[in-house]
Design a protein around this ligand. Structure first.
Ligand SMILES: *Cc1c(COP(=O)(O)O)cnc(C)c1O
Length: 398
């Protein structure tokens, strides 16, 4: 997955172009910049990639989620439904707005279970956020139906799934508003960066203004611009956008490499009867950034995970044991360890985490192993890796 593995002169030339010109900020300085608009160019490129009307670049994927929610009007006391299996950024971005993350079970897609979403809806629910974890997706038709029936905003975090698709549509472009991350370990990177993607003109205009202190971006004199509403600073810099501009043009190349490496390992593991793979909804195509598979039980998954480490197989995780991607170890959220006072609404809203258990999610995540697919592996390395992985699993399952 990490696009940094294949950094080349393309990225260097783009960055040097910004430095030679001297304008590191994405807005203003029209006279000085002599036609250099890296962030704007990258936004135009991403609109093509995601087949979407509007893209707003921001400073990170976490910022993208906050800006997306804010742009759709989500705020204090609103409940946002999200999965138990995701990166901590999901609840951070919700709580930054004073909204309440409502965690619900995943299913064998490793993303939101539409039935669990339905069951969690209350009069306070404002949005449902699917997280397209590890390169694949939720049942988007089923989730869309639930959102439409209850008039909820449908948000799609596709930070780990750039290049994947559902029924021919790019992941991240299917819900009402989508979010991407271009942090250092994502399939395409800016170093740090993110994007809000939408066909909703109002959401886009809100995101454009909100991510830049409320600037209306009318005319060519920043100081004279007005501020129709309150904003913040979630801007990306021209240096970061320049790296992304070089990387995004290489996305088809990166996805092809991921698919090739993924397929070699999957074909080898598929020969083992005890191995099953995550469900990809009908019409879905993964981005191949990760290969996810299940073992018969948690104990076997744990043993395989250890055997992989001892055999030099890196970048594979059993997320049940992981501090950052699964509810089980998010004690700082459950105990609300905030540096600053949190509103009563949020405190009360998170009470449920004291007692709620997530058996269905536990059953999937504890049996799952998730392997990052790297871009820099040679074919020989992938073949060898696949054989070692298969040997480890066969040995433990025999
Ligand atoms: C990486 C990631 C984010 C956050 O992106 P940053 O750019 O690191 O802030 C959010 N959600 C998911 C699923 C991610 O993988």
């Amino acid at each position: 997955m990490p696009g940094f593995e294949l950094f080349s002169d393309l990225e260097r030339n783009q960055v040097n172009d910004v430095l030679d010109n001297g304008v590191l900020m994405r807005y203003g300085f029209d006279g000085m910049r002599k036609g250099h608009w890296k962030a704007k160019e990258l936004e135009a490129e991403l609109e093509k990639t995601f087949d979407s009307n509007h893209v707003q670049l921001v400073s990170s994927g976490t910022a993208a989620v906050s800006v997306a929610l804010a742009s759709a009007g989500v705020g204090a006391g609103d409940e946002v439904i999200m999965p138990t299996f995701t990166f901590v950024a999901s609840f951070e971005a919700i709580m930054m707005l004073g909204a309440i993350p409502i965690l619900v079970d995943i299913d064998d897609t490793l993303t939101l279970d539409p039935k669990a979403v339905e069951a969690a809806i209350t009069s306070k629910t404002k949005a449902v956020m699917v997280v397209q974890m590890c390169g694949s997706m939720g049942d988007m038709d089923a989730l869309r139906k639930v959102c439409d029936f209850h008039s909820l905003i449908f948000v799609e975090d596709a930070c780990q799934a750039i290049g994947g698709s559902y029924k021919g549509q790019p992941l991240g472009s299917i819900a009402d508003v989508g979010c991407f991350s271009f942090d250092f370990v994502k399939t395409i990177t800016c170093g740090e960066g993110g994007a809000v993607v939408t066909n909703n003109k109002d959401f886009y205009t809100n995101a454009d203004h909100y991510s830049d202190h409320g600037h209306d971006h009318i005319g060519s004199d920043r100081g004279a611009e007005t501020h129709p509403f309150l904003g913040y600073n979630f801007r990306i810099s021209e240096l970061h956008a320049a790296v992304g501009l070089a990387q995004v043009k290489r996305l088809p190349e990166f996805i092809a490499i991921q698919k090739k490496n993924y397929s070699i390992i999957r074909d080898e593991l598929a020969k083992i009867p005890e191995v099953t793979f995550r469900t990809v909804p009908e019409g879905g195509e993964e981005s191949y950034s990760f290969l996810n598979f299940f073992l018969p039980d948690a104990d076997t998954a744990q043993k395989v995970s250890v055997a992989f480490k001892e055999s030099g197989i890196d970048v594979c995780w059993n997320y049940y044991q992981n501090n950052w991607h699964y509810i089980r170890k998010w004690d700082h959220l459950k105990d609300l360890k905030s540096l600053f006072p949190v509103s009563k609404e949020v405190k009360d809203g998170l009470e449920y985490l004291q007692t709620k258990s997530f058996e269905q999610s536990d059953a999937y995540i504890s049996r799952n192993i998730s392997c990052l697919i790297k871009l820099s592996w040679t074919e020989e390395e992938v073949l060898k890796r696949a054989r070692i992985m298969a040997d480890c699993i066969s040995e433990i399952c025999k």
